[in-house]
Design a protein around this ligand. Structure first.
Ligand SMILES: [Zn+2]
Length: 431
């Protein structure tokens, strides 16, 4: 995440509304419950993260979450076709304030999930990203169930699948492609990870590719000179990685996975890599994509030219193939670029109500937060022009996406107060 500007401006009318809500006895009682029930929140967080939730394998955790939603008195608890979990707190309007947390992790199904607590710290893969978000969503639902706060707009709580990596925001995309929710969600509050010091209001766009190079393969000795897909891929990486990128708008690329070949004495039949391009500017992502394709085409052409020069013998021809085309095809390398991820970019307008609300309540709570850009579930509503932010679930955390991930429960209640006040102010609360 990247800071854009300090969130120091405040807006008097919203500020007064936030102060009124924060000062009401029911809301103060809810704040007290956030402190008093901390041990329950930590238990939920550990229970959730002990259930493996790899990309496309979130069903067990989703079922657990649906049970918690029912226990907390949410209505209309159900899962949709892709496995998102919904629960509703009815209100008086037709448009909803959505509070969501992604339930998937980056960790493959076989990852040992040794989730444990030492003092105020929780340890283990996924405990903060997004155990903290799941715990925050349950904490807010729990406190609303016991507090007598009459919020006007209804709330929908969503534990969504497919935020991380190859999930490619599929859960949130599905929510905003569903007729029931598409136009009914007025505001989206996404809770992702720990902390209370950020407001993600700009959606970092990304595009991801699997680049595959295929060739005839062969024996390293007898077929020497046949085109080699690993060499093509290496030359592609060498050329592409020298593409200049601007610091502003910040633009990055990464080759994150490379695969290919079968044995040391075989010319590989194929090789592939996975490439990640990111920017807040779609134009920069387009430019990087073009540079990648040019580097690949040039590497393929160079390898095929060198094969042609060496006059490699042709393999056996299939009887039904024209001799010329079969000869040419079989000796060459070919490439394919498959798009495996595409996250839309977007931005919350500076005069958006949601931005005014979160800044006003940060001022109210004496909290300092920075507006940032990142790639989160909020990309989806932001790219559709809807008001959305992603914020942390309080406390602090580190080591996200590693086995050493941790979450510290100290200060969780500040993050929870922030989330609750955001929702109450957006929905409106009667006296
Ligand atoms: Zn996350």
């Amino acid at each position: 995440m990247e800071p854009i500007s300090p969130a120091s401006e405040t807006y008097p009318p919203v500020q007064e509304e936030v102060a009124r809500i924060a000062g009401s006895p029911q809301v103060r009682a809810a704040f007290d419950r956030f402190r008093a029930q901390e041990s329950q929140f930590a238990l939920w967080q550990m229970e959730a993260t002990r259930l493996a939730a790899p990309p496309f394998g979130e069903a067990t955790r989703a079922a657990w979450l649906a049970d918690r939603f029912r226990e907390l008195g949410l209505t209309d608890v159900h899962l949709d076709e892709v496995g998102n979990v919904f629960g509703v707190r009815p209100g008086y309007g037709s448009r909803y304030v959505a509070l969501s947390a992604h339930i998937d992790t980056v960790f493959p199904a076989a990852t040992p999930l040794n989730i444990r607590q030492q003092g105020s710290r929780l340890y283990g893969p996924g405990v903060s990203d997004n155990g903290a978000g799941i715990a925050a969503m349950l904490a807010v639902a729990s406190v609303l169930a016991s507090a007598r706060i009459a919020h006007a707009l209804p709330y929908v709580f969503i534990g969504n699948v497919g935020e991380e990596g190859e999930g490619d925001l599929r859960g949130m995309r599905h929510v905003f492609a569903t007729p029931r929710w598409r136009d009914a969600i007025a505001y989206s509050v996404v809770v992702d990870g720990a902390g209370a010091d950020t407001i993600v209001a700009e959606a970092l766009g990304s595009r991801r590719f699997e680049v595959i190079v295929r060739g005839p393969g062969g024996h390293s000795w007898t077929d020497f000179g046949a085109p080699n897909p690993i060499i093509v891929l290496s030359r592609t990486i060498e050329a592409f990685s020298q593409t200049p990128v601007p610091a502003t708008p910040k633009t990055t690329f990464n080759v994150g996975v490379i695969r290919g070949g079968t044995s040391v004495n075989s010319i590989p039949e194929s090789a592939s890599m996975r490439v990640d391009l990111r920017s807040t500017s779609m134009a920069e992502i387009d430019r990087l994509e073009r540079a990648l394709r040019v580097a690949l085409d040039q590497a393929v052409a160079a390898e095929n030219r060198s094969t042609a020069r060496q006059g490699i013998r042709t393999p056996q021809l299939a009887p039904d193939q024209p001799i010329q085309s079969r000869m040419v095809q079989s000796r060459l390398v070919q490439s394919e670029v498959v798009e495996i991820g595409n996250r839309p970019a977007g931005e919350l307008p500076r005069d958006a109500r949601l931005l005014k609300v979160i800044r006003a309540l940060d001022a109210q709570l004496g909290n300092t937060a920075q507006v940032q850009r990142a790639s989160t579930d909020a990309n989806v509503p932001l790219s559709l022009g809807r008001e959305a932010i992603a914020i942390g679930g309080g406390g602090s955390g580190g080591g996200a996406h590693t086995l050493q991930e941790w979450f510290d429960c100290n200060g969780r209640d500040l993050g929870l107060r922030r989330i609750l006040l955001t929702m109450l102010t957006l929905s409106g609360v009667s006296e």
